[in-house]
Design a protein around this ligand. Structure first.
Ligand SMILES: Cc1cc2nc3c(=O)[nH]c(=O)nc-3n(C[C@H](O)[C@H](O)[C@H](O)COP(=O)(O)O)c2cc1C
Length: 287
């Protein structure tokens, strides 16, 4: 059987080594976007499956220069999406120090801009120094993972709030959005209260890929819960109930040949991105 290697590139602008920037001619700042762009294009040409941007939310002048000085990853990936055509684009966003509506929105946006290449590394943020930038006390490990579970449910619920065919844009009738194909989530949980729906239509992947790299038991459990279904999600419902609320049953079924082909292509891409992340997680970082 032919074996294939999956490659993910963990970009740190100044290189993995803390003193990499001192090498003559080396990139000396993670803020150097033209350099990042060149690295991204080279990775794509070199058959990499994924470019991955980690993130932290505080600055420490004594730390690795690419941890202390960095562009915001989603902004950087949106720009990279227009300079590349098929490589996966992954970034870290914290579930402890973000809000789910914004995260659902930015990853759906990146998925649209990149035509289905967005991946979110959902981290719970281990470093307590972060808390001082958000005016809160750093939640303990168990609480961070409880928050992460609810956070992910909300984000996925928001992504699912738009049926594939919710945007009608019929010039003759003047119907732009079919209101029954758009639903609120009315989430009221322990940590988040979010009505929805999201103000962005369903993205090419439906759900951008969710990566999770926590090594603890709680992290691994969250990862297992995030394993994707092997197929295409389509809506079967329509209206139901006296209030005419949008059906919340989404069934897992085979779509048309075109949809199935598209889904298979997306699954392949997602699988390659996951393989690449596992490689990074196992410490086999070769670039
Ligand atoms: C490949 C990889 C990339 C990671 N990237 C980030 C990151 O960008 N930001 C971050 O705060 N943590 C990052 N982490 C840390 C973890 O996701 C997680 O927060 C940490 O391992 C603590 O969680 P745990 O107690 O479940 O192990 C990364 C871990 C791995 C293995």
């Amino acid at each position: 059987m032919k074996r294939q290697m999956h490659l993910g590139l963990f970009i740190l602008g100044t290189g993995s080594h803390v003193a990499g920037w001192r090498y003559p001619g080396a990139v000396d700042s993670f803020q150097d976007f033209p350099a990042i762009q060149q690295i991204g294009r080279t990775a794509e040409r070199g058959k990499f499956d994924l470019i991955f941007m980690g993130d932290n939310l505080y600055a420490d002048a004594a730390a690795h220069p690419s941890y202390t000085l960095r562009l915001e990853p989603l902004t950087m990936l949106a720009a990279l999406a227009t300079s590349t055509s098929h490589i996966g684009l992954g970034a870290t966003v914290s579930t402890t120090y973000s809000d789910p509506f914004t995260v659902a929105r930015v990853f759906a946006s990146l998925d649209h801009i990149s035509n289905g290449r967005a991946a979110w590394n959902a981290v719970t943020t281990a470093n307590p120094a972060t808390a001082a930038n958000f005016g809160i006390t750093h939640p303990d490990h168990a609480r961070r993972y409880e928050m992460a579970g609810e956070f992910l449910d909300v984000v996925k619920g928001l992504w699912d709030g738009w049926a594939d065919d919710a945007i009608v844009a019929d010039r003759m009738s003047g119907l732009y959005i079919d209101p029954v194909k758009l639903r609120s989530i009315d989430h009221d949980g322990a940590f988040f209260k979010v009505k929805g729906p999201l103000n962005i239509g369903r993205s090419p992947q439906g759900h951008p890929i969710v990566l999770q790299a926590g090594g603890s038991e709680a992290g691994q459990q969250l990862r297992i819960a995030e394993e994707p279904p092997a197929g295409l999600w389509t809506q079967t419902g329509g209206r139901h109930g006296a209030a005419g609320r949008h059906a919340d049953r989404w069934s897992h079924r085979q779509g048309s040949v075109r949809e199935a082909r598209r889904a298979a292509e997306l699954r392949q891409r997602q699988q390659r991105a996951r393989h690449a992340l596992r490689t990074l997680r196992a410490g086999h970082v070769g670039v």
